[in-house]
Ligand binder design. Structure first.
Ligand code: F6P
Length: 320
């Protein structure tokens, strides 16, 4: 009988998760495994919700956003009872192991399962791009393009009204997405949790921008920095200029994955199944300096990805 491998998508959905599911399932089947999709993230392991994936059942999904397996956040994976229940289902289903597609919460849950003897390989997928061990996560490029397109539109109205805009970007407690969005959208400033803003300096520079003839100024504001509305009020009080807020919110998580996201997801899917087949477990696949690599999960969950201050300097120097 063929060995069975489970696939989970977990945590916040990210465009390209489907492309990864397709790649894992098809490469797994070509290696001789039976592939089982667990539904609704780790919750599916607690509620026995799963489906067999076939070559055809993963057809027509490479170009779709969201996740056909559904996803969720599952606090039970942080408890002993929840974990034991998950392991029980894995054993009852006769799974040889799991491929887990998700962000940092999924990594932690995967690591906890590994410590209980489950064979796991992780694939990083999150619009936040905040995972150590990969330069890029699945979904990041798509979210980046979505946010940049939205800011291009906001720029039109900002310019027409000579306004300052604060645009709130997702990213949990990190500013990786905000930094690249800011650079690509030609934002005047970014505000990120990694660097505390000097409000007086920022206000002065915004005013100077106006004096230099700028008709709009856009600040990309990472959600991890608190309330964008409070921040905008502060800017308004300090500059006396009109400031509007736009929160891009969940549109950043949806939509058709870009070609780059699909390519990354396909490569990660193949690499993950290949690691599994070779018996290299509790590893995270990643992209480092253009190469598909893998990192022990123990390292990936302990280390913090470095914020790129050079890019921040570039953004500031080009937004004069
Ligand atoms: O991790 C992805 C993300 O979209 C973060 O940017 C955001 O902080 C969070 O998920 C929102 O989570 P939820 O889907 O639980 O509201």
């Amino acid at each position: 009988m063929a060995k069975r491998v489970g696939i989970i998508t977990s945590g916040g959905d990210a465009p390209g998760m489907n492309a990864a599911v397709r790649a894992v399932a098809r490469y797994g089947i070509s290696l001789g495994y039976d592939m089982i999709g667990i539904k609704r993230g780790f919750k599916g392991l607690l509620d026995d919700e799963f489906q067999t994936l076939t070559l055809r059942s993963v057809s027509g999904i490479i170009n779709t956003g969201g996740t056909v397996l559904h996803t969720g956040r599952c606090p039970e994976t942080k408890t002993k009872t929840g974990l034991n229940r998950a392991v029980k289902t894995i054993n009852e289903l006769g799974l040889a192991g799991m491929i887990i597609i998700g962000g940092d919460g999924s990594l932690a849950a995967g690591n906890a399962l590994s410590q209980k003897g489950v064979k796991v390989v992780n694939i990083p997928a999150s619009i936040d791009n905040d995972i150590y061990g990969t330069d890029e996560t699945i979904g990041y490029d798509t979210a980046l393009n979505t946010a940049v397109e939205a800011i291009d539109k906001i720029r039109d109205t900002a310019t027409s009204h000579d306004r300052i805009f604060v645009v709130e970007i997702m990213g949990r407690e990190h500013g990786f997405l905000t930094l690249d969005v800011g650079l690509a959208a030609g934002c005047e400033y970014i505000v990120v949790p990694e660097i505390k803003p000097d409000m007086n300096k920022l206000a002065q520079e915004l005013t100077r921008g106006k004096e230099r003839g700028k008709t709009s100024e856009i600040i990309a504001f990472a959600e991890g920095c608190g309330s964008s509305h409070d921040f905008a009020k502060q800017v308004e009080n300090l500059t006396g200029l009109e400031v509007r807020v736009s929160n891009l919110g969940y549109i950043q998580r949806g939509g058709r994955p870009t070609a780059r996201t699909r390519i990354l997801a396909s490569k990660f899917g193949q690499a993950a199944m290949s690691l599994f087949h070779k018996g290299q477990y509790n590893r995270l696949v990643g992209l480092i300096n253009g190469q598909i690599t893998s990192t022990p999960v123990s390292q990936a969950i302990k280390r913090e990805k470095k914020f790129d201050e050079k890019t921040l300097k570039l953004l500031r120097s080009l937004s004069i």
